[in-house]
Design a protein around this ligand. Structure first.
Ligand code: URA
Length: 249
């Protein structure tokens, strides 16, 4: 069979298997990290069939035939990385009835709850998390103490953190939460630095006692989804994420 007739491009297959974005997968191929049927491949146009054996850095990769996309209402007390040296429960332990492996799209801290997407689509994950694509994320922070106008203005303009100035955020107050009496602050950002919202709050003198993500790009957290519950995304929702990040419909 001539190379042109063979299946799909290797970097696309690697991206769908969740290994990396398409661009990163191309770099891995060029760098000699990828083997096809036991042979090193460095040619970027290489195409593969479903029966081909692929390995990255010597580790066999399972070709995913279908895209898997889920929305989880992450509870507090669960990590959103896939591995933890302290053996704590991971979000993957909650998605116990799905037909393949998925990876979290970005991360939510151990003590943050709310909307977390999980997928095996490496290209979409890359675009949803890379600051260049500017996907907005909205959080509700429960603030211990009053929220002054000065603090709100500073958040709107962007604040200095140890890793640089943040982009301007959209903020609004939502009144008091009845249970713990926390003052609720809605904040929308389009970056994804480590513990960014908590650090932004701290930098303007606000103490975020709780944090929940309620929106990621075009998707909102369903009220009907209990803590720790998840559901598959609809075709429409997957399309909206693709459109938002400039991928073809
Ligand atoms: N900002 C934070 O501080 N924590 C999160 O989990 C997400 C955004």
């Amino acid at each position: 069979m001539n190379q042109q007739d063979r299946g799909e491009r290797l970097h696309k297959v690697l991206a769908r298997a969740g290994v990396a974005s398409r661009r990163q997968a191309e770099e891995m191929i060029s760098a000699g990290q990828v083997e096809l049927n036991g042979q090193l491949v460095t040619a970027l146009g290489t195409k593969v069939l479903a029966k081909d054996r692929i390995a990255v850095n010597g580790i066999p990769i399972k070709q995913e035939k279908v895209g898997l996309y889920y929305l989880l209402n992450k509870p507090v007390g669960v990590i959103s990385t896939t591995r933890d040296e302290r053996g704590r429960k991971s979000v993957l332990d909650l998605l116990d009835k799905i037909p393949g492996r998925v990876y979290p799209v970005g991360r939510l801290d151990f003590d943050t709850s709310g909307l977390l997407l999980l997928t095996n689509d490496g290209e979409l994950t890359h675009r949803l998390t890379h600051p260049r694509f500017g996907v907005e994320k909205t959080y509700i922070a429960g603030i211990n103490g009053p929220i002054g106008k000065t603090a709100l203005d500073k958040l709107c303009r962007g604040v200095w953190l140890e890793d640089g100035k943040t982009a301007p955020a959209k903020v609004r107050t939502l009144g008091k939460e009845p249970l713990r009496g926390l003052n609720l602050l809605e904040i929308t950002i389009h970056e994804g630095r480590n513990r960014q919202v908590r650090r932004m709050c701290q930098a303007v003198g606000l103490n975020a006692a709780s944090l929940k993500r309620i929106r990621f790009g075009p998707l909102s957290l369903d009220r009907s989804l209990g803590q720790g519950e998840y559901r598959a995304l609809t075709a429409e929702e997957i399309l909206s994420l693709r459109r938002q990040t400039g991928l073809p419909s």
